[in-house]
Each structure stands twice: as C-alpha cells, then as structure tokens.
Write a protein that binds this ligand. Structure first.
Ligand code: TXA
Ligand code: MG
Length: 327
C-alpha cells in the first residue's frame, strides 16, 4: 500500500532532483522531473544507458499533451481517448522546451499516461506541485530485464533508491509505442495494445517499415536479456533439446506449456494465455537467472497475433545471448 505520506516524500525527492522508482501497469519506472537537466542526467548514470536513447515522459492525463508536444494531431487525441490511462506510448513532435537529454536530441518526444492508481496518484501530486511530466525509463540497468516487482527494482539499484511498492505489475511487459510524428502512424514496439486495436481506433493503415525508425533502445538486440543464455525451442524439438542438455551435463530450466513436472522436472509451467504469460515472463526470467542454471530453454508460444509482443521480447532475450555468448 502506498500512503499519502509516501507520495509526499516521493514528490519532495523529485522536486529535489532525485530519482524514485514507481509502479505502472507495464513495468516499474525510474522517474525524475522531466524538466530538470541534472535529474535527467542521473537517470542515464544510474541505468548505464547511452545518452542518445530517449526517455518516455509520463503524464497525469491527456490534457498535459500540448504542454509536451508541439502539435497534437487528431490521431493522438483519438488514441489517448481510447487507451489512456493505459499501456500506450505516443511519439509526437516535441515542444520547444523539452530537453535534448529526454528526447535523445530527436525532434520528437514519447508520452504516456499509465493505468496504475499509484502512478496516477504520483503524477497528479507532481502536477499539483508544478512537475507536469516524469521522465521514466524502465527501472533496470541498461540492457537487462525490466522489473515487474519492487524487489526486482531493489535488486537492480540497491537500498538507496526510494521505491513506491505497488505490488506486481498487471501487464508485465513494456507499453506499445506508436509513432505519430511521421507521414503515417507506425508501431515502434509491440505491447499489450495490439496493432489491430490501434489501426481500428485510427481508421487508417499503419506504416509497416521499420527503416528510418527513430532510435528505440528496446530495438537493440541487447535488450530484455537475462544473464543466462536463453534458447527458444519449438514444442516438437523440446524433448530432443532436453536430452542433448542432459547428455552435455548442463543445468537448465524449461519455461514451457505442454509437459508436466512429472515428465519434466526442469519445467517452469508458464500460463497458456498470452496476457498471463506476459505478466509472468520477466519474473520467470529473473528467477531462472537466480537459480544459476546454465541455460534457459523457452518453449515457443503459438505463432499468433496475440503473442506478438511476447515473441518480440523472447527473441530479443534469445538473440542477444546468442550474439554475445558465441563471440
Ligand atoms: O511501459 C513502458 O513504456 C515503461 C514504463 C516505465 O512506462 N517504460 C519503458 O521505458 O519501457 P524505456 O526507457 O525502457 O523504453 C522506452 C522506449 C525506448 O525504446 C525509447 O527508445 C523509446 O521508448 N522512445 C522514447 N522516446 C522516443 C522517441 N522520441 N522516439 C522514438 N522512440 C522513443
Ligand atoms: Mg527499458
């Protein structure tokens, strides 16, 4: 439970230019006053994040949009009306005052109003105190798995950081990012809000190409990666893979669906529905890391649209390991 005293203390820290961690429905954020250059610099230092990777500015409501964007097209109003508060980030041309450090020196800014009572209470308390936006990346060190509990944040940053504990995040993977700054809208990062829902709301087709996409740090292969090498395996080859690992005397866990722990002692049973799977995924990856196995085997989820955001995160987790560990 986050009390009004916690909120007052959090706002005081933010006002003093410090960072605090707070819960959202997607993942925990590491927030600072988005207009304070020294505070924004702290985020990059704390995370070890390259300075050209832009931050999302979190707003108390859509009415703050025109304080942060130079122009707010009808498409942005439509998306905000349908999905905010919610797991959707909208990229718009930035207002003149927005710090280069926040935008990665791009001409655009990412904006989101999160659907989490404590996050909204914090953002409203900030707004009442003159802080109209919190720049907040996920509260993890650069390249690592995003945190979905306060304990995850603690494991990343230690006891010095103030964390508002709102319990486990309900969605568990980062927001869908829609870029409305170009000639046609496009999705830069898949999330719980599907491409179909965005298209239906906008009533116009999305641009599919990712070429010339603005910098999206989540698009790097090194993102969302556990420390342990992760292999994505389809259901048909799972048994064979398991036998090969046993033969090689490697310790492993299997994040999977079909088997039971009677058949497969290494099994960590994952939820069969996409939303519940996403909610569990990052915690499962962290637990696998902590169990100090040699490999994390992930049974491929179904290749259907509702699993798109999960596939995106899994292939990055696998891809970066496969790149970096083979060198
Ligand atoms: O669900 C979320 O979005 C979480 C919670 C805390 O709100 N935040 C989050 O932040 O995932 P972060 O910094 O880990 O990822 C933000 C992504 C990055 O990939 C960044 O490059 C992209 O948003 N981004 C931010 N501003 C952008 C911009 N102006 N143009 C393109 N991409 C942008
Ligand atoms: Mg992140």
């Amino acid at each position: 439970m986050i009390t009004s005293r916690d909120l007052t203390a959090a706002v005081a820290r933010l006002r003093a230019g410090e960072a605090i961690a707070f819960p959202t429905e997607t993942v925990y954020g590491l927030g600072v006053d988005a207009t304070n250059p020294a505070a924004v610099a702290k985020i990059f230092e704390l995370k070890g994040r390259p300075s050209n990777h832009p931050l999302i500015v979190h707003l108390a409501s859509a009415s703050a949009l025109d304080q942060w964007a130079a122009t707010v097209p009808a498409t942005a109003h439509r998306l905000a009306a349908r999905f905010w508060p919610g797991p959707l980030t909208i990229i718009l041309p930035r207002a003149a005052h927005v710090l280069d450090a926040v935008t990665g020196a791009q001409t655009t800014v990412g904006l989101r109003c999160p659907a989490h009572d404590s996050a909204l209470a914090l953002l409203q308390a900030c707004a009442a105190d003159g802080i109209t936006g919190l720049a907040a990346p996920s509260a993890n060190r650069f390249g690592r798995v995003s945190p979905t509990t306060a304990a995850h944040v603690r494991a990343e940053f230690g006891p010095a950081l103030m964390i508002l504990d709102g319990g486990p995040c309900s969605i568990g993977i980062e927001s869908t990012i829609v870029d409305l700054s170009g000639s046609a809208p496009r999705i830069l990062r898949p999330g719980a809000i599907s491409e179909a829902a965005v298209t239906e709301t906008l009533g116009i087709p999305l641009q599919q190409s990712m070429t010339d996409a603005p910098r999206v740090s989540g698009a790097l292969a090194t993102h969302y990666a556990p420390n342990t090498p992760l292999l994505l395996v389809d259901s048909q080859t799972l048994r064979k893979q398991v036998q090969a690992l046993r033969a090689a005397d490697l310790r492993f866990v299997v994040l999977g669906f079909g088997e039971t722990a009677d058949d497969l002692p290494e099994l960590v049973a994952m939820p069969p529905a996409a939303a519940a799977y996403a909610q569990r995924l990052y915690a499962a990856l962290r637990e696998a890391d902590e169990s100090r196995v040699d490999r994390i085997i992930v049974e491929q989820p179904p290749q259907t649209e509702e699993w798109r955001a999960v596939h995106d995160r899994l292939s990055r987790a696998a891809g970066s390991n496969q790149d970096s560990r083979r060198r």
